[in-house]
Design a protein around this ligand. Structure first.
Ligand code: ADP
Length: 829
């Protein structure tokens, strides 16, 4: 800080903070706003607490403004104006902030009545004044600050000029320090004149080059190296030059890249603009990012397909157990690709519950084709710009996920897996499904235009595969473009095989275990499947196996650790290690086994006790027979996006005026089914001898009925609960129990016919999982049974019903005889 100049400085050392707090902020007099500013000549990196050696000379300053802030750390920012030089005579105290006795060096009289000095300095100061004027006039006078400076030059005493100009022109700290130390005016003038001259020369050169730059861009490049010689003041220009080199490089890359003609044209136009743009403009960065993306995109870089159906079959079979139908369709699809050598055709969409291997089949397809794989998660995407990019006019605009994906994989023929297309949402920002249409349509996607790129990109080589949990929520137009392949859930046997062939080896590898260290027999796997998971896929099973491996890893690691001590190594209580322990000793055994070293040759066997230790008590129990212990309950089969489920439908009646109450978040179709069921039962009440509580055949006379569908938190809809509601109500009105091992599904009509429904395979698997034995399905669904694995079919009895009579007969032990009641009537007559 030199007298006459102003600067903003930040203080954060404890000493200075104290000074600000107790002097500047507390003081009320003018005196208290004046502080001494001394250049810090000590090494800025040395971080010691002591007061550094103070420079001999400093500047008294007026603190004009104090601003405090806590971020990023507590500090004050001071705006200080230099008044005059002082010299330190003696340091009075150091703490809490330094106070010293000083002597003022510059004095006002020196400036005002110093005729003598003027004479002495006459020539020097005149010379200085001339240079100063020359310098200021080289600047742009239209800037108000420059005009003001020009006026100041005339009005200020000449003696004040060296200080003021030194703080304006470009100087090093060292030079400034020299000026500060130059207490004698003569010396000060002498020192500043060369600095002024240097600045003037620099400016002259700059102006010259500016002019020639306008004439001819090329010459600038030639002149620039010379300018380096006039070091000091042109660092900014150097940066600009470097940047210019970058732009030239970029242009070269654009020209050599293989982008389409249209894209090339756009890029060249942009680069032309970029060259003219000052780099500080926000648009500069935008344009540059855009051009870099254009260069990076794989315009015609692709991997070579190595498609051989036989190899593909092997890869698919090796990676996935079961799912025959899916694998067959995928192979067909690939075979057609091989023969026809182009990709136009329907997009495959795998639909099924979570964890049935949809994503991993997609990955295998990429592997068989030798293509890159990229997954695009669409769950919850509600903005079409996510697919198609933002226009470049927006701040923070970027390309959509498709283009981003291409950039990531770096080739133009990857396999893109559009995950969860059923979870696309609509919002004010447009409909992403509509944007996807363009991507997926083989007629259109060879010229897909991302809003950010604004030029067409050919997507026709990309292989798209979609996955979804349900087709119900896929927008119809999108569904229309895809070929849906249902991937149903697995049976218990399939799950066991998958676990032993794929999941367990994978988990072992993941946890650094070997089959010699852990053994999971098939019964244990079955136990996990039935008692710890209830799902259609194998994801929870995979997680549980992971938990087991983790627990075993701890024991194995501990065992290894202890084995290092030879005296304990032969404690061969293998039984304990195997965790063959009685129930009551179990609690101890956990800690016991942890303490025992494990003989390395003995694998840890995971049996039911170990399972209970590791996974806790079983989460699911068979509850079927318990819940069917009173009339008015029947088991239905439902289909959900997560696979099949069994559902207990409950009914009760009470005095009332014939109202039907339905609970359990039912959709309209389901409510109508309930009304249908009641109507049919009322119209057939006599035939089946169904009565209300007071013995009347009018079932709703003085009676209210309540029907409840459990899992009340989940919305349910669909017609397939019809037969279950009828059975449940028939049980309620007849007072008979429904067989506890029978489940049913089917839509009903008012005339008592049973119509076919969907999702039979999932529903049957759910019933099988729950341990039910008989399943009533609509007769017209018979063909669906073929898809069900033979061993599951063996375990179950299927009743094919065409009308409700058959359903009721099958649902109740000994049948729901109509004949008996007819005879009864006969005898009465
Ligand atoms: P989805 O995409 O259907 O939700 P994933 O593809 O993520 O399911 O599959 C979950 C896990 O289950 C994966 O680790 C996968 O390898 C495994 N998996 C699923 N089905 C099979 C199968 N049939 N054979 C082998 N592993 C399978």
């Amino acid at each position: 800080l030199l007298p006459g100049s102003t600067m903003r400085t930040s203080v954060d050392s404890p000493r200075n903070m104290q000074l600000v707090r107790s002097r500047l902020l507390k003081g009320t007099s003018l005196r208290s706003t004046i502080i001494g500013v001394i250049p810090n000549t000590s090494d800025p990196t040395s971080d010691c607490d002591d007061l550094p050696n103070l420079h001999r000379i400093g500047t008294a300053a007026l603190a004009v403004q104090v601003v405090g802030s806590n971020w990023p750390k507590p500090h004050y920012t001071l705006l200080v104006t230099g008044l005059c030089r002082f010299q330190i005579l003696q340091l009075l105290k150091e703490k809490p902030y330094p106070v010293a006795e000083v002597q003022q060096l510059d004095r006002l009289e020196q400036f005002t009545n110093g005729h003598k000095s003027e004479e002495e300095l006459g020539e020097l100061s005149e010379q200085f004044y001339k240079y100063a004027v020359q310098l200021v006039e080289m600047l742009d006078m239209s800037v108000p600050a420059v005009a003001k400076l020009r006026r100041l030059l005339d009005n200020l005493p000449r003696e004040a000029l060296p200080d003021i100009l030194t703080s304006i022109i470009r100087t090093t700290n060292q030079e400034k320090l020299q000026i500060l130390d130059a207490v004698r005016l003569e010396e000060r003038f002498k020192m500043t004149i060369p600095l002024l001259v240097r600045q003037i020369e620099g400016l002259k050169l700059l102006q010259k080059t500016r002019k020639s730059k306008q004439d001819d861009d090329k010459r600038v490049v030639a002149i620039r190296p010379n300018r380096r010689i006039t070091h000091g003041s042109i660092t900014e220009d150097e940066e600009e030059e470097e940047d210019h080199d970058d732009v030239v490089m970029l242009e070269k890359k654009i020209r050599t890249s293989s982008m389409s003609e249209q894209a090339l044209k756009v890029c060249l136009k942009e680069i032309k603009r970029l060259k003219k743009m000052p780099q500080s403009m926000p648009e500069y960065a935008l344009t540059r990012n855009y051009l870099e993306l254009m260069v990076e995109l794989p315009w015609n870089k692709s991997t070579k397909d190595r498609l051989e159906i036989r190899a593909a079959r092997i890869v698919l079979d090796n990676d996935h157990y079961a799912m025959e139908k899916l694998k067959k369709r995928v192979l067909e699809y690939l075979a057609v690709r091989q023969l026809k050598n182009n990709l136009k055709g329907p997009i495959l969409c795998f639909v099924g519950p979570p964890g049935v291997g949809k994503t991993s089949v997609g990955r295998s397809i990429a592997k068989t084709l030798g293509r890159e794989f990229h997954r695009i998660a669409l769950g919850g995407v509600c903005d079409q710009s996510d697919i198609r990019g933002h226009r470049r006019t927006y701040v923070g605009s970027m390309p959509g996920r498709i283009i981003n994906g291409l950039k990531t994989v770096g080739v133009n023929n990857p396999v893109f897996l559009l995950d969860e297309v059923d979870k696309l949402a609509k919002s004010l920002q447009g409909d992403p499904a509509a944007a996807l249409l363009e991507v997926l349509d083989p007629e259109q996607n060879h010229s897909f235009t991302d809003h950010y790129l604004n030029v067409a990109f050919d997507l026709s080589q990309v292989l798209f595969i979609a996955t979804a949990n349900t087709t119900a929520t896929i927008p119809p137009a999108l569904l229309d473009r895809m070929e849906v392949i249902q991937v149903p859930g697995y049976t218990q046997e399939e799950k066991i095989e998958i676990a032993h062939r794929h999941l367990i080896p994978k988990q072992l590898e993941l946890h650094g275990l070997t089959p010699q260290q852990i053994q999971i027999p098939q019964v244990t796997t079955l136990g996990i499947i039935t008692r710890y998971t209830r799902e259609a896929g194998v994801r929870a099973l995979d997680r549980k196996l992971g938990a087991i491996c983790r627990a075993v890893a701890v024991k194995v690691a501990e065992g290894q650790h202890k084995e290092a001590k030879p005296d304990r190594a032969e404690v061969g209580e293998g039984e304990d290690c195997k965790e063959h322990i009685t129930e009551d000793a179990k609690a101890e055994s956990i800690s016991d086994t942890a303490d025992l070293p494990l003989p390395p040759e003995m694998p840890i066997l995971i049996d039911f006790h170990a399972l209970k230790d590791i996974l806790g008590p079983p989460m699911y129990d068979m509850e079927v027979s318990e819940r069917l212990s009173q009339p008015g309950v029947a088991i239905g089969l439902a289909w959900t996006p997560l696979g099949g489920e069994i559902m207990f439908v409950e009914a009760s009646r009470m005095d009332g005026d014939g109202q039907l109450t339905l609970t359990g978040q039912l959709g309209d179709v389901m409510k109508e089914s309930a009304h249908l069921a009641i109507s049919w039962l009322r119209s057939n009440a006599k035939r089946y001898q169904l009565t209300n509580a007071s013995g009347s055949f009018d079932l709703l006379d003085n009676t209210d009925i309540h029907l409840h569908f459990p899992a009340g938190a989940v919305t349910k809809d669909g017609p397939s609960a019809g037969v279950t509601i009828v059975t449940c109500l028939a049980s309620l009105f007849s007072g008979r129990l429904v067989c506890s091992d029978v489940a049913m599904t089917g839509e009903i009509t008012l005339r008592g016919l049973v119509l076919p429904v969907g999702g039979i395979k999932d529903k049957v698997l759910a019933a099988h999982r729950a341990g039910l034995k008989r399943i009533i399905i609509p007769q017209r669904n018979e063909k669906d049974l073929e898809e069900i694995a033979a061993h599951v079919r063996q375990d179950l009895t299927f009743v094919l019903a065409a009308c409700l009579d058959e359903v009721l007969n099958a649902a109740f032990d000994g049948g729901f005889a109509v004949k008996a009641s007819l005879e009864h009537f006969n005898s009465k007559l």
